[in-house]
Design a protein around this ligand. Sequence first.
Ligand code: BDR
Ligand code: CA
Length: 315
Amino acid sequence: MATPLVIDTDPGIDDALAILLALASPEVDLRLVTTVHGNVELAQTTDNALRVLHLAGRSDVPVAAGARDSLVYRQPERAGHVHGGTGLGGVRLEPSPAAPDPRPAVVALAEVLLAAEAPVTVAAIGPWTNVALLLATYPEAAERIGRLVLMGGSAARGGNVTAAAEFNVWADPEAAQRVLGSGVPAVLVGLDVTLPTVLDDDGIARFAAAGPVGEAAAAILQQYVDHARTSYGTSGVVLHDALALTEAIVPGTLGTVRRDVVVDTTLGAGRGQTLVDRRTVSDSPTAVEVAETVDSAAAVEFLVSRMAALTRSAG
Ligand code: BDR
Ligand code: CA
């Protein structure tokens, strides 16, 4: 049986790719997409999620809008310089015929969790505000989470948005601390494994050639390719969110070690840093599996072949 999956997301170019990867993967059954503030404003992330699902012919998947802002401190900074003003690299995908689900994201998420016949995988690939709200408001539903796959943080690589912090954690450090300290079984997919995992022009060209869905995905990715070249000096797209989805789809893709992790929630230069205790393997109930090793070439090949197959089946 396919594992029930919920994606909590802020599309976002690499989020769009991650959603398409989930739709291309028979191992998971995407039951719900919840949206959050992050790369762009909530109204835009919600509209983008609807459009991406429609692109793949899956406007039947409900999209519920969640938190407009972080839990404690206002977070007005977005990432339009990375993802384009609309969050999808300036590409205007066709509008979806579907409207957002009328339920707030946490309500929709709780209902999906409680109704599921099997433990649900939740992949959180934007700021983790919605997940923190779920833990606070529906703890009994949060217990139905089989695996929480979290894109965010960094153990040894420093940050990408500040010297210390990765974007998703930095965008809501208090939520991140609440989630990491919750004891829900979690895998932390941070910059240590995402930064070396780069999709290059040849890979993009392979799914772009397969049909219109791949072509649209390639157009969306162009802005990110340009940004990565100038900011990271890499020759393509860093697969942050798609790598997290790969771990959600095929558990064990990444090499993980159980570690204690705390988030710097002070207001100084370290705000949003994930302090990963790499001295020991932890047996604490609140420790999380930290992704430390990755076969980047295999992960990129997985994504490209799944995207090509999705494109062919949708065309
Ligand atoms: C994370 O930040 C966002 O810009 C990306 O979508 C990804 O989720 C990487 O730091
Ligand atoms: Ca994201």
